[in-house]
Design a protein around this ligand. Structure first.
Ligand code: MN
Length: 211
């Protein structure tokens, strides 16, 4: 078994009231766990792929045998996306929420004008993503950019695969499984509330590593 489900860095209920405990439990314990199980199944007997990191695998899907490529794209993407998602969130008022600072703040201001403008761009990208997918903040060519991908695609997969590219430093899951129990069809409400659990120190750390 190459890949394992990472533990959540907080309790299931820690992101309340923004994200309810039951959603977290199902999201982590069923959805993310399922991606890990199915990724391992697809990679069985492929030691040269199993020894890579999941980010390295999804960044080079062209070398993945065609008969397992779709499974690796969906489940490897799912594993990578959720592993990051748990890390860039924290309990509201206890690591989550507030505002970005330092170099990250300067980069946001110079790329988008303000943090409010960045939030509006992410909200727009997430709301306009038809069906399931993710909205992202990425570093690309030394600059910040916002976009979205379908299903479990990740910007690391590149433009040709995912339709958007870069090194992700923040991503928000807009699959219904991420919000439906609490927000039902109100995806924009979920996206607006989500900022209160964003762990900006972690995003800053990823920003530092990505540029
Ligand atoms: Mn999800």
């Amino acid at each position: 078994m190459a890949f394992t489900l990472p533990s959540l860095p907080y309790d299931f209920a820690a992101l309340e009231p923004t994200i309810d405990a039951q959603t977290m439990q199902i999201h982590h314990g069923k959805h993310h766990a399922g991606y890990v199980t199915n990724l391992n199944k697809a990679l069985e007997g492929k030691p040269e792929l199993e020894k890579k990191s999941v980010d390295a695998i999804i960044a080079n899907l062209a070398v993945v045998p065609e008969d397992i490529r779709t499974a690796v794209r969906n489940n490897g993407g799912g594993h990578a996306n959720h592993s990051m998602f748990w890390q860039i969130m924290a309990p509201p008022g206890n690591g989550g929420g507030g505002e970005p600072a330092g170099e990250l703040l300067s980069a946001i201001n110079s790329s988008f004008g303000s943090v409010a403008d960045l939030k509006a761009k992410i909200a727009d990208a997430g709301a306009k993503r038809f069906g399931s997918g993710w909205a992202w903040l990425v570093v690309k060519g030394g600059k910040l950019a916002v976009g979205s991908t379908a299903n479990q695609d990740n910007p690391l997969m590149g433009d040709a695969v995912a339709g958007f590219s870069g090194t992700p430093i923040l991503g928000v899951d807009v699959w219904e499984h991420a919000y439906y129990l609490k927000y039902q069809n109100r995806r924009p409400d979920y996206l607006a509330a989500w900022w209160s659990v964003v762990n900006w120190s972690k995003v800053a750390e990823l920003f530092k590593a990505a540029h």
